[in-house]
Design a protein. Structure first.
Length: 209
């Protein structure tokens, strides 16, 4: 179970399970605990690393967690999956943010969210009936132009980014949990979609009804 805070207010409890391969850090911890969580995260991601690498990446992820906290993000994770036949590593980023809404009725919130997401003609939008209640998901693919200074070829290259975002209203209280998975490893999109389905299917609001 994850105890979340937004604007210094403790929210109703939310619980979820992360599939193997996703390493998460809870952002809503106090600063000392958050720093320690960042150190554990780095050691999980880089088990063969050494102290200099761990210290550098811990500082990086710790600073990232501090910044995400100001945006209502409760935790973020890094997903790393080995590609078969020595094809490298597929990766994704996962965040859970909580936003306060003006209405506490989950169906009303979900319907309003669905209408808002449909405003983007490039986004696939659908209603979900999860075990925990109503939800809405949006899927988008975007092309980004990466400067040649950061590519192996030395020339500008297009990078396709895929995103799955699921909005899940709390059954009690005017809050919505927003789970977002971003990845540039679109060749493994099916695997990431299954992982996201597993995550949102596990969401619970203990005592929320």
């Amino acid at each position: 179970m994850t105890a979340l805070t937004v604007a210094d207010a403790t929210l109703p409890p939310l619980a979820l399970r992360l599939p193997e391969g996703i390493h998460a850090i809870e952002v809503s911890l106090d600063p000392q605990e958050r720093a320690e969580a960042a150190r554990r995260l780095v050691r999980d991601i880089y088990p063969q690393g050494e102290e200099p690498l761990w210290n550098t990446m811990s500082s990086l992820y710790g600073a990232m967690a501090d910044e995400l906290l100001t945006d209502g993000v409760a935790f973020f994770g890094i997903g790393l999956y080995e590609i078969a036949d020595g094809g490298g590593v597929a990766h994704c980023a996962l965040t859970l943010a909580v936003h306060e809404r003006g209405d506490a009725d989950p169906d009303v919130v979900a319907e309003g969210t669905r209408a808002a997401l449909l405003g983007d003609p490039l986004r696939e939008v659908a209603w979900l009936d999860l075990p925990c209640g109503p939800a809405v998901y949006g899927i988008t693919f975007r092309k980004l132009l990466v400067d040649g200074a950061y590519t192996t070829s030395g020339v500008d290259e297009e990078l396709v980014m895929g995103q799955i975002q699921v909005h899940i209203p709390f059954p009690a209280g005017p809050y919505t949990a927003v789970l977002t998975l971003d990845t540039a490893s679109v060749a493994q999109w099916e695997e990431f979609s299954h992982a996201m389905a597993e995550i949102i299917g596990s969401v619970e609001f203990p005592g929320g009804k």
